[in-house]
Design a protein around this ligand. Structure first.
Ligand code: HEM
Length: 387
């Protein structure tokens, strides 16, 4: 604001006149830059020019008293936001038009586009909210991150296994019936789907293959009496918990809202599925590891923890229980923030997790069905409360 009437370059400026510095013109002044109108960010490479308000020929954040107060914040976040938008989404122009952008500008105090740029963003990979381990710093600061990255990486169980009744003769006798029955069941599923939905079975087959691979890995560990590290164990046993497969299966009959993207997401082992698999697998191990070790069984997470950290069974169970608590926090967090997919998908996961919490609370109600489990099932299905 002009405080005193004065003259600038022959123009009289009255007191009280709002004055805007024309940063646009300054930044295009041919006196200071070659090819001032062309977009050549490399012109600043190796130059000591200060962009923080010290050199008036270049003022991206303004200068003086009214300089941008968010400058440091902007510098720290602009590239990050852009990188995330590019990483997590595929971008398309409306109607699949070719990317010929109209870069002409309107007049104004700040530069804006003459024609609006409308883009469609399609999620490419799931958006993580935060990185794991909130309470148990000694146990898992990086492990979960490692597990999920491993699962996306090349050492993920190979998906080359054959899904074809013709190869059944290659299997041991006891597996043949099971294999054929499995194929038949999947064919039945496929028959029940509309033709536009049949592709869903391909996703289910892939996660089923992952599951068999994980079982196979565990049986090798069992035969070799191998006690893996906790991370190594979870890398396999979160898959063998069956939850990733079951949660994918639960999407199959969801009708139109279950899009291809939803299947891509659920089969990418997102954080919420990891969390439900942790609840399922670890609660199972805490309540049933003693019984399981009385027969030929792969080492449980309890044994792995005890061996790796040199602790007793109580400490191991307590630490593992902390992981379950953290997993619940993650589920809550994902549900409060359903950025990419509708809550109906997340509800499937919540219900799976709730069920396990109930089944494995204090006792292994899954193995020992005559425990409270029978009572719960009858309450739910035989004597439901009329609403
Ligand atoms: C790379 C990113 C950014 C650029 C290029 C930018 C640029 C600018 C420019 C040129 C001005 C006018 C300064 C002047 O009149 O001399 C301004 C003002 C301002 N900016 Fe930013 N800005 C950025 C990020 C931010 C962020 C992240 C915030 C807030 C969190 C912010 C808040 C403001 C505010 C409040 C003003 C008005 C200041 C005043 O008039 O006193 N800016 N910015």
């Amino acid at each position: 604001m002009c405080r005193k009437t004065c003259e600038v370059l022959g123009y009289e400026i009255e007191a009280g006149t709002p004055v805007l510095v024309n940063a646009w013109a300054i930044n295009r002044d041919p006196q200071y830059r070659r090819e001032a109108e062309s977009f050549r960010p490399e012109r600043f490479e190796g130059k000591s020019i200060d962009f923080k308000g010290g050199n008036f020929e270049y003022l991206p954040f303004g200068a003086g008293r009214r300089i941008c107060p968010g400058m440091e914040f902007g510098l720290a976040t602009v590239h990050l936001s852009l990188a995330q938008l590019l990483l997590y989404f595929d971008w398309k122009l409306r109607d699949g038009r070719k990317p010929e952008l109209d870069m002409s500008e309107t007049y104004g105090v700040t530069v804006t586009r003459k024609t609006e740029l409308k883009l469609f963003a399609t999620p490419r990979i799931p958006i993580p909210s935060t990185i794991y381990c909130k309470s148990c710093s000694c146990l898992m600061p990086s492990n979960f991150l490692d597990i999920s990255t491993h699962l996306h990486a090349s050492d993920r169980p190979s998906r080359s296994h054959v899904w074809d009744a013709k190869v059944v003769h290659q299997l041991p006798e006891y597996m043949k019936d099971y294999y054929l029955k499995l194929m038949h069941t999947f064919e039945e599923f496929e028959d029940l789907l509309a033709s536009s939905e049949k592709y869903r079975i391909t996703y289910l087959k892939e996660v089923m293959k992952d599951l068999s691979e994980a079982y196979f890995e565990e049986s090798k560990w069992r035969d070799q009496h191998y006690i893996p590290t906790l991370e190594e164990h979870l890398h396999v046993s979160l898959i063998s918990s069956t939850y990733p497969m079951l949660e994918c299966a639960s999407f199959i009959g969801m009708g139109e809202i279950a899009s291809k993207e939803a299947f891509e997401w659920i089969t990418s082992f997102p954080k919420i599925v990891q969390a439900s698999a942790i609840i399922c697998h670890i609660m199972d191990d805490i309540t049933s590891h003693e019984l399981e070790q009385t027969r030929a069984h792969v080492a449980s997470t309890v044994q792995c923890y005890m061996k790796e950290y040199g602790t007793n069974v109580q400490v191991a169970c307590k630490k593992l229980q902390d992981l379950v608590e953290d997993a619940w926090k993650d589920i809550n967090e994902e549900c409060l923030n359903p950025i990419v997919f509708p809550i109906a998908f997340l509800e499937r996961d919540v219900n799976f997790s709730r069920m396990m919490e109930k089944i494995y609370k204090q006792v292994d109600g899954y193995t020992n069905s005559s425990s409270k489990m029978k009572y719960f099932i009858s309450l739910l299905l035989v004597h439901p409360i009329p609403i």
